[in-house]
Design a protein around this ligand. Sequence first.
Ligand code: C2E
Ligand code: CA
Ligand code: CA
Length: 252
Amino acid sequence: RALKQGEFCFYLQPKCNNMTKAIVGMEALVRWNHPTRGVVPPGEFIPLLEETGLVTQLDLYLWESVCKMLHRWKEEKRNLVPISVNVSIADITSLDVAKVFGNLVERYQLEPKLLLVEITESMMARNMKLVENTIKGLHRKGFSVLMDDFGSGYSSLNMLKDTSVDGIKMDLKFIDMDRSNAGKGRQIVESVVEMAHRLHLPIIAEGVENQEQVHLLQAMDCLYTQGYYFYRPMPVADAEELLAQPANENYW
Ligand code: C2E
Ligand code: CA
Ligand code: CA
């Protein structure tokens, strides 16, 4: 019903270069404008939609909305940055995701590098072969794939070994760990960053909320950050204003 009534929209949260603060991309995060409850965050409805498979309808709507926006940005000659969208495992099992994305960029005349796909690591484990085939299909069409929530599940390293993702988003719990578990936490964050470097994979730290964390990441040469410290998720209009300012930089 909410889909039919047009109650879903998305916010955008910038990803920044830690050193220069330049915006290198944004993530589209769904929001539900509930008629009586106001803006409902995805944590309250996505898990339920995932269980029931309904998430796919929502995601199809969301991906298309993002492509429409990018198309409009192009028409309006705005500064463009790649936008990432979230893909659920339910989407991968019920759709040919590569084909869907391929059709979308064709319909909205976009370069595939403007659209990034984020897949949650813990979900990858559930159906690895299918996930890897999907990643390969996306690669063939020119899309890149990020492993979301890296380190949140029990099989992160296996996932990294057995899939061909193009980048890693380090789960926000890692950054938090540094605070709660001084020495050890820092070492683990550092090792994860170092590992990404060795694998030549760009790494984005999620959940960065203060300057201390930014400094820590800078010291580790972790180049990219997505977190409240730089920007919170914001309505599209605010993101457009932000992008209108100069000094953004191209993604990797
Ligand atoms: P995610 O993909 O890991 O997205 C990042 C989440 O971390 C967002 O929560 C964002 O608001 C939050 N976040 C960003 N910076 C900080 C920070 O500095 N501190 C803290 N504490 N949190 C931060 P959000 O928007 O509530 O989304 C939650 C999850 O819902 C997402 O996690 C993603 O798994 C899922 N989701 C969001 N949009 C979609 C969608 O369109 N489709 C699907 N399938 N899932 C979605
Ligand atoms: Ca994500
Ligand atoms: Ca994440």
